[in-house]
Design a protein around this ligand. Structure first.
Ligand SMILES: Nc1ncnc2c1ncn2[C@@H]1O[C@H](COP(=O)(O)OP(=O)(O)OP(=O)(O)O)[C@@H](O)[C@H]1O
Ligand SMILES: [Mg+2]
Length: 273
């Protein structure tokens, strides 16, 4: 199970995030980015954060620590913004916390270099989890102490929004042309050789066990949360051979974004470069 903490102070909203995550302090004196169960995008976003964040960590990628974060909405009473108030009121109880990386800045492909080995591992991982949200428009990659850190895995595993189509979705290619690391000659062959054999039933089962039951309960078509966990394991296992289906073409600024409609409306506006 992920460690559990109690939020003790709501500090400020992170206005760049479409889901309005907030910075909070907790009873371990840590500072966390809180992702709320009451956010419009729903519990599946949090499930995706846990599954993909913890899987990435086990594959050797840098992901800030994740915790279960208990919220009493009363800690936000002094917050003047009504939208934030509503979000806090709708999110009493269990939420997700991600360790806040103070002083980190967003990765900018024009300002930083990434090495082909690391770029390959991140692109391959994003293909595995079908991440549509690590593009040059919205990198969801932080630079902290000179290293890359992966955040925001909420828009991954698109198949979990339509389980009947999951088996077919797992076989679909991954277009990495707009990936924020596409221009760094990602060594996808080396990444696949290293990482694909590590995507095992045992590893995925371990990761799925970290997802709180209450975020999985009640999914139509499944008798139990363990059945649903099994479906995640099988969908990811089926995608471990994604290597040959990763496309890296020219960046296509004028092509419609691949980000799903429910997320696109929430994305911060960034000017094309
Ligand atoms: N662990 C962290 N440490 C420091 N800053 C962070 C952290 N997590 C998120 N941020 C900052 O907050 C912003 C919003 O976070 P995040 O991308 O997770 O939210 P979101 O609502 O899912 O956003 P999106 O609009 O991309 O869907 C990030 O772009 C980053 O600037
Ligand atoms: Mg984001």
């Amino acid at each position: 199970m992920l460690p559990e903490r109690i939020a003790t102070r709501y500090v400020t909203p992170l206005r760049e995030g479409g889901s309005l995550p907030g910075i909070v302090e907790a009873d371990d004196l840590g500072t966390y980015v809180m992702k709320f169960t009451g956010a419009g995008q729903g519990r599946k976003t949090l499930v995706a954060e846990v599954v993909c964040g913890e899987l990435g960590r086990r594959l050797g990628l840098r992901v800030p620590d994740l915790v279960r974060l208990q919220l009493d909405p009363v800690i936000g009473l002094a917050e003047p913004d009504e939208e934030v108030q509503d979000l806090l009121k709708a999110s009493g109880g269990l939420n997700l916390g991600m360790d806040y990386l103070p002083g980190s800045i967003g990765f900018d492909p024009l300002a930083y270099e990434a090495d082909p080995g690391e770029a390959g591992r991140i692109v391959w991982f994003d293909a595995l989890i079908n991440n549509v949200d690590r593009s040059w428009r919205n990198p969801n990659l932080l630079v902290w102490h000179g290293k890359l850190w992966l955040i925001d895995h909420g828009a991954t595993m698109i198949w979990h929004h339509n389980w009947p189509g999951a088996a077919a979705a797992a076989g679909k290619p991954y277009d990495a042309s707009d990936h924020v690391l596409a221009s760094f000659a990602p060594d996808i062959d080396a990444a696949a050789a290293d990482l694909a054999p590590r995507i095992t039933d045992a590893l995925l089962t371990e990761v799925l066990a970290l997802v709180p039951d209450e975020w999985l309960a009640g999914e139509p078509g499944f008798d139990s949360t363990d059945d649903l966990r099994r479906a995640y394991v099988e969908a990811l296992l089926a995608r471990a051979g994604i290597h040959d289906r990763i496309k890296l073409g020219p960046r296509t600024a004028d092509r419609p974004s691949q980000v799903p409609g429910w997320l696109a409306t929430e994305l911060p506006k960034r000017s094309a470069r």
